[in-house]
Ligand binder design. Structure first.
Ligand SMILES: *[C@@H]1O[C@H](CO)[C@@H](O)[C@H](O)[C@H]1NC(C)=O
Ligand SMILES: *[C@@H]1O[C@H](CO)[C@@H](O)[C@H](O)[C@H]1NC(C)=O
Ligand SMILES: *[C@@H]1O[C@H](CO)[C@@H](O)[C@H](O)[C@H]1NC(C)=O
Ligand SMILES: *[C@@H]1O[C@H](CO)[C@@H](O)[C@H](O)[C@H]1NC(C)=O
Ligand SMILES: *[C@@H]1O[C@H](CO)[C@@H](O)[C@H](O)[C@H]1NC(C)=O
Ligand SMILES: *[C@@H]1O[C@H](CO)[C@@H](O)[C@H](O)[C@H]1NC(C)=O
Ligand SMILES: *[C@@H]1O[C@H](CO)[C@@H](O)[C@H](O)[C@H]1NC(C)=O
Ligand SMILES: *[C@@H]1O[C@H](CO)[C@@H](O)[C@H](O)[C@H]1NC(C)=O
Length: 668
């Protein structure tokens, strides 16, 4: 019995000691614990994420590691090094990164993808009970976590807001700093060392061909003893957002109380070549048959190629070369949408028809918008604008992936949103209708997206057409604004005689219809109409009788005047809502609908009101009156009745038809 016990003790000790040192030069025969979409490729690469969106992948060393002794409870020194590569689908966009992680559990089951990097979630982020230590290689700038740029290395302690972070790069042998691009697709090596005596973490990065730099890239003086428990797991976490990205680890070594073994760079598995495609097996058939069919095929091929070349001819002008990466080939878009087949049509928006597509090769799902555009004048400015808009990145905006230009036609390629647009959920009431917390989350999301466009980006972007049908719902039921900036197309290129009035009746601010000028104020007005729309489940102008229509804002205003604003809410919201939140949004909707632009709050304030950081001003002090809140549509009719008599009925009966539509169809 005693002997058994001794033996057991011995075994446990041996296991613990052995576990403090391991090296993988490639992962061919490893027994790593994998979850999410992480997988080992046949040649021994660890691929944490493949070309899939909004997913996470984890890989952990299967056994726990002893990080402290129980005598004085301080964490041992440890050292690790690994080689990674990040391969995005597009040369200029990536998402989201890799984290080396020390965690109390094997796998991180409750974590979120995207900016949460598969590490934490929105409730536990920053909580000291997480006991999570990580070093992130982050390729997206998430302002909510105070990221410094979209290419940085950070030390994360229980929190995605890094304790210290810096631009990716390294100090060369002369001590000069050299930049590195994390998602360049090329392998790079990372060293992470914790000195248990000095209580200091050092992180060093270098391209794979460069020896370990003497000067670390990033340091943090921090005692990890309160963070790490004695038995912990080590591994990697990775996540993708709305861009297809593969995150690879090629080799990894780790040691407690000593320096991690050097990796044998020449023995690491090879990454797939850039743009590698799988080859089909060729069947061996009789030689004469092959020759005969070859001649036949070449003849057919030549004819086909000539035809095809004509069909897919594109216009590419010199000045466009600088926008290379964002330009799609028409051919690819044509095949992606199966030749713009009617069955792939997702909808017809204010600016053109939108088709669903699957990109050949990569199998990425996209939404392709075809905008016809006769005039070439202003095209250059517009394309450069599109390119800069393509750089807008926010989780409440639909990402624009690129464009393609062809005879009198512009094609815009967006990320595909599988859940469609918000108006479907509000009006058609499919099997799922949204509950209050989902609606409130969408409202807050759209507000933060619009705040970003107005105030947080390098330029002010006016959206010009905010409405429920322009809000798309992503896989996690976040609201994302689409179609931003498109309205500018009509500023640059259209016939100078048409009024530049773009937007949708019911959402147009009175001063906007008067001057034809869109401003941040007119966006806020439309946002107010959107707020009421989402809470009440009614369109801003609802057609009730033959010649009668109900103006939503007037109705909400009446309810407010009677002291029962809550009665205006959607009848489908029966239980499970917060009276305080519903009232807040309704009142904010009224405030944003004020006819005087300067009385409307700006988007920063709107976000603060919605987060309840500041209290909403008392509406009764703002001398509101029914006419003060009236929608712009009355003035619209006063100003424009003569110019577009035949289209008026149409615009009136389908209130969601945008004015652009009627202007355009009126002209043809
Ligand atoms: C790590 O363990 C291996 C055996 O598993 C041993 O050969 C090697 O010397 C150890 N390395 C260090 C630095 O202790
Ligand atoms: C990515 O991984 C998932 C899960 O292993 C798999 O279902 C999917 O087909 C993979 N996609 C690609 C493009 O390899
Ligand atoms: C804790 O014990 C280890 C040896 O087990 C020693 O190296 C370290 O200095 C001790 N730390 C403190 C704070 O006493
Ligand atoms: C966040 O993670 C914690 C565990 O760390 C889990 O208990 C919690 O339910 C998660 N929250 C959400 C919203 O998933
Ligand atoms: C941290 O997490 C613990 C356990 O999950 C929870 O009880 C506590 O309220 C959280 N603290 C904060 C500040 O969220
Ligand atoms: C390195 O990157 C930083 C941040 O992106 C940038 O400010 C700096 O100009 C770059 N330096 C070089 C030499 O490219
Ligand atoms: C953050 O890292 C830099 C670069 O290594 C270092 O100079 C700085 O002191 C660190 N900041 C903290 C708070 O440790
Ligand atoms: C880690 O240690 C803390 C106290 O040091 C303890 O509260 C917590 O439960 C431990 N976590 C795990 C997963 O063992």
């Amino acid at each position: 019995m005693f002997l058994k016990l001794v033996l057991l003790c011995f075994l446990v000790t041996v296991v613990a000691i052995e576990d403090t040192n391991f090296t993988y030069n490639g992962f061919q025969s490893s027994h790593l614990y994998l979850d999410g979409i992480a997988e080992l490729t046949s040649n021994g690469l660890l691929r944490l994420t493949n070309d899939t969106k909004q997913q996470k992948g984890h890989a952990f060393y299967p056994n726990p590691i002893l990080f402290k002794n129980n005598i004085n409870g301080s964490v041992f020194s440890f050292s690790t090094t690994f080689v990674f590569a990040i391969r995005p689908q597009y040369a200029t966009l990536s998402g989201h990164g890799i984290v080396f992680v020390v965690s109390p559990t094997k796998g991180l089951p409750y974590s979120l993808p995207s900016q949460y990097l598969g590490l934490l979630n929105d409730t536990n982020n920053g909580n000291s009970s997480n006991h999570v230590f990580g070093v992130e290689l982050d390729t997206i700038m998430s302002s909510e976590f105070g990221d410094i740029n979209d290419n940085h290395v950070g030390i994360d302690i229980n929190d995605l807001k890094s304790a210290n972070s810096t631009f990716a790069g390294y100090y060369n042998s002369d001590g000069k700093f050299e930049n590195l691009t994390l998602f360049s697709g090329y392998p790079m090596q990372v060293w992470i060392e914790y000195d248990g005596e000095k209580k200091k973490i050092d992180v060093t990065l270098a391209p794979i061909k460069v020896d370990k730099p003497k000067q670390p890239l990033l340091s943090l003086k921090k005692d990890l003893s309160p963070i790490l428990n004695s038995s912990m797991y080590v591994g990697f976490s990775s996540a993708t957002g709305s861009v297809y990205t593969s995150h690879y680890v090629l080799g990894w070594s780790f040691k407690v109380n000593g320096e991690a073994q050097k990796l044998l760079i020449s023995e690491l598995p090879k990454l797939p070549r850039f743009g590698e495609k799988k080859e089909d097996k060729i069947l061996t058939v009789g030689l004469p048959l092959i020759l005969l069919s070859l001649v036949f095929m070449i003849t057919l091929g030549v004819i086909y190629l000539i035809k095809r070349k004509k069909m897919f001819a594109e216009i590419l002008e010199d000045w466009e070369h600088e926008y290379g990466p964002h330009r799609f080939k028409f051919k690819d878009l044509y095949f992606a949408t199966k030749g713009f087949r009617e069955r792939e049509l997702l909808g017809t928006g204010g600016f053109g028809r939108v088709y669903k597509g699957v990109m050949p090769g990569s199998k990425i799902e996209v939404a392709v918008k075809r905008v016809s555009h006769e005039s070439r004048q202003g095209m250059r400015e517009f394309v450069s604008e599109i390119v800069s808009i393509g750089r807008l990145r926010h989780r409440n905006l639909v990402p624009l992936l690129g464009y393609c230009r062809r005879k009198g036609e512009l094609l815009l390629v967006y990320d595909y949103m599988p859940n469609g647009s918000l108006d479907k959920y509000l009006y058609n009431q499919p099997n799922v209708s949204l509950n209050w917390s989902q609606r409130f989350r969408i409202i807050k999301g759209v507000a933060s997206g619009l705040f970003y466009l107005h105030e947080q980006w390098e330029q002010v972007v006016i959206h010009r057409d905010i409405k429920a049908s322009n809000v798309l719902i992503d896989g996690e039921l976040n609201g994302r604004l689409g179609d931003f900036g498109l309205a500018r197309l009509y500023d640059h290129g259209t016939d100078p005689h048409t009024t530049h009035l773009v937007g949708t009746v019911g959402y147009l601010a009175p001063e906007h219809t008067r001057t034809g000028k869109a401003t941040k104020f007119s966006d806020v007005f439309a946002f107010g109409a959107f707020l009421l729309e989402v809470v009440c489940g009614k369109r801003p102008i609802e057609h009730v009788g033959e010649n009668e229509s109900e103006i939503l804002v007037d109705y909400v205003f009446e309810c407010w005047k009677r002291g029962v604003i809550i009665e205006a809410k959607d009848v489908n919201l029966c239980t499970d809502y917060s009276i305080q939140e519903v009232e807040l949004v309704l009142k904010l909707g009224l405030l944003c609908s004020h006819s005087e632009p300067l009385v409307r709050p700006n988007m920063r304030q709107v976000v603060q009101y919605l987060e309840m950081d500041i209290a909403l001003p008392d509406l009764s002090l703002l001398s509101l009156s029914s006419s003060g809140l009236t929608f712009g549509y009355r003035e619209f009719f006063e100003d424009f009745p003569l110019s577009y008599p035949s289209d008026m009925d149409k615009t009136f009966s389908h209130t969601s038809v945008s004015i652009t539509d009627s202007l355009l169809s009126g002209g043809r």
